[in-house]
Design a protein around this ligand. Structure first.
Ligand code: TYM
Length: 330
């Protein structure tokens, strides 16, 4: 089976609806057909100064959320990035293939530094570590939301460049981005994406929010004044976002939803979206509570995942080290 890989940063105590619909739901579906590797990007999380206890707690919470959403630890490897040192080993080799100017043009770094704040060198090299995360597993596909597109492009460029210089050694990965759910928007400002760093509390749905709170946030989502339930992300960002959320969770196509809601008001739409989200989130929260009750079991799952991932990663690292001419360590 071809390999697939993805990860999330443990930067908050709950994933949000964007992480869930943009990425996690697809991870679950893809484990059927792919040999899947899903990791907690704990090293990436260090690029933002964070209390060590928060990193520890959120790493377990993030792994537990993968499982609560339906990632099966018997079938897919679930692990922490820091437990597989080959990620950072490959990163160094890739860093030596990347131009300084090229790295400076990555939008995430430019945006974060433009907003002020003290960027560290880790943030600057963030995309190179991400490329290593992917390339170390020979991943054919990477299921992510739309905001990761540029990172995947640079990953492909680095793989192609490496292969051109040293002979085919790295698999060039394809992004796996589902158009309709790749960009879940902020409920209060539907022209911006739902984001843990940029959204207000009312604009963001945490998967571990109280169900009543979730329903309330959806009922007070910003829409528009023309009153027609129609999908048009340019002109009707708020309504279109609600339709995307409904469709991604219910499986009903957006065209069918438009028909069902024709002649009905936004109030009806919001009530139904709230129901759909709450119905999805309730069993997820129950499962989360069980998982968090047994951290030792979670740590066992992570250890098993790391050892499975480590085998693949070590063989890619050896191949890459050999290609660039490093002496074998034996
Ligand atoms: P992160 O932790 O910011 O986000 C995790 C995943 O959630 C998706 N996402 C969204 N999708 C739709 N709508 C939104 N509003 C929304 N917000 C977030 C993201 O696209 C992502 O798929 N750099 C990555 C972590 C990473 C990684 C990797 C991913 C590190 N190494 C290797 C894939 C492969 C990140 O910060 O994701």
């Amino acid at each position: 089976r071809p390999r697939i890989l993805s990860g999330m940063q443990p930067t908050s105590d709950s994933l949000h609806l964007g992480n869930y619909l943009g990425a996690l739901v697809n991870w679950v579906g893809l484990q059927e057909d792919f040999d899947a590797y899903y990791f907690v990007a704990d090293l990436h999380a260090l690029t933002v100064p964070t209390d060590p206890a928060d990193i520890t707690r959120r790493s377990r919470v993030t792994a537990a959320q993968y499982i609560a959403a339906g990632v099966d630890p018997e079938r897919s490897a679930i692990f922490c990035q820091s437990h597989v040192p080959e990620h950072t080993e490959l990163m160094w080799v890739l860093a030596c293939q990347m131009g300084f100017g090229e790295a400076s043009r990555m939008t995430q770094f430019k945006d974060k530094t433009a907003r002020g704040g003290n960027a560290n060198v880790g943030l600057f090299t963030y995309p190179i570590l991400m490329a290593a995360d992917i390339l170390i597993y020979d991943a054919a596909r990477v299921p992510v939301g739309d905001d990761q597109r540029q990172h995947l492009e640079i990953t492909r460029d680095l793989a192609l460049r490496f292969n051109a210089r040293f002979g085919d050694a790295l698999v060039v990965p394809e992004p796996h981005i589902i158009k309709e759910s790749a960009r879940i928007m902020d409920l209060q400002d539907p022209t911006g994406k739902m984001s843990k760093s940029a959204s207000s509390d009312k604009g963001l749905i945490s998967l571990l929010d109280e169900p009543e709170r979730i329903a309330k946030k959806i009922r007070s989502a910003v829409t528009d004044v023309d009153g027609e339930v129609r999908y048009d992300p340019e002109a009707k960002a708020g309504v279109s976002n609600l339709l995307s959320i409904h469709s991604a969770l219910s499986g009903t196509s957006i065209a069918d939803l438009e028909m069902q809601f024709s002649g009905r008001g936004y109030g009806d739409l919001k009530h139904e979206v709230a129901d759909v989200v709450v119905t999805a989130v309730e069993p997820y929260q129950t499962r989360m509570a069980e998982l968090m009750d047994d951290p030792a079991e979670l740590d066992r799952i992570l250890a098993k995942g790391a050892s499975r991932a480590g085998e693949v990663a070590a063989s890619t690292r050896d191949r890459v080290y050999d290609r660039v001419g490093l002496l074998p360590a034996t």
